[in-house]
Design a protein around this ligand. Structure first.
Ligand code: SAM
Length: 225
């Protein structure tokens, strides 16, 4: 497999094919990035998001008018490329990853795509990077696609930084906490006391009145409020 039209194990292949056949195709940079990732990362290339998810993330960033976004888990840069494109030249994306090796590929293709100046890549554990941010750093869009065991910590760090009208997603958040139900909710926006029992999670803004649910799932990999 040199390209990844979809990573879904949830959507019927015929439906995924139909949707992609009637969607904007990936451009040359994206296709080359997929091919290079496959060539250099081998089996690990499955970590890269599919064409459908990339298109969805680009459209989401554009539709929201997102200007500040953060990603934890960048790998060779596909999802970051999508978000950076969607935000346009005014957008700023903070990328967190621990791998110099994979993100070197990302940097190369962000440059080819003309979005490198929108992306601030920080190498190091994502949690440390997030904790080093100023309290004033707020985001319109966040995407977590890294070490699954860290998701709850990312959630706790990122929720207070979400602007109202934000969007957030996590890839395969199977170990994520579920959102506290209203009866369980304290004055904070999330609670570690809630049991991890659901594969579905919701990110919340600090303003309960702006919250919209239920989440919609895209190809089982991205959950959005
Ligand atoms: C599933 S891949 C990300 C795929 C990427 N979003 C894409 O679209 O191609 C997971 C990435 O998380 C990174 N990662 C793992 N643990 C991490 C940590 N503690 N902090 C930051 N990044 C981490 C890995 O180096 C890897 O590149």
């Amino acid at each position: 497999m040199t390209t990844a039209r979809t990573r879904s194990r949830f959507v019927e292949p015929a439906i995924a094919d139909y949707a992609l056949d009637h969607s904007s195709p990936s451009d040359e940079v994206q296709l080359e990035l997929q091919s290079v990732t496959q060539g250099r990362a081998g089996r690990l290339a499955v970590m890269q998001i599919g064409d459908d998810q990339a298109l969805f993330m680009e459209m989401l960033a554009r539709a929201m008018g997102a200007r500040h976004a953060v990603e934890v888990g960048t790998f060779t840069g596909s999802s970051a490329l999508a978000v950076a494109r969607g935000m346009g030249p005014e957008g700023r994306l903070l990328c967190c990853d621990i791998s110099e090796e994979w993100t070197a590929i990302a940097r190369e293709y962000w440059t080819k795509a003309g979005v490198a100046d929108r992306i601030d890549l920080r190498i190091g554990p994502g949690l440390e990077t997030l904790r080093s941010l100023s309290p004033a750093d707020q985001f319109d869009l966040v995407f977590v696609d890294a070490d699954k065991a860290g998701y709850l910590d990312y959630y706790e760090e990122l929720v207070p930084r979400l602007r109202t009208r934000c969007g957030a997603g996590g890839s395969r958040p199977t170990r994520m906490t579920r959102t506290p139900m209203p009866s369980e909710r304290s004055t904070t926006t999330s609670s570690r006391t809630v049991e991890c029992e659901s594969s579905c999670f919701r990110w919340e803004t600090a303003s309960p009145s702006s919250r919209r649910s239920p989440p919609a799932e895209l190809a089982e990999t991205t959950t959005l409020p």
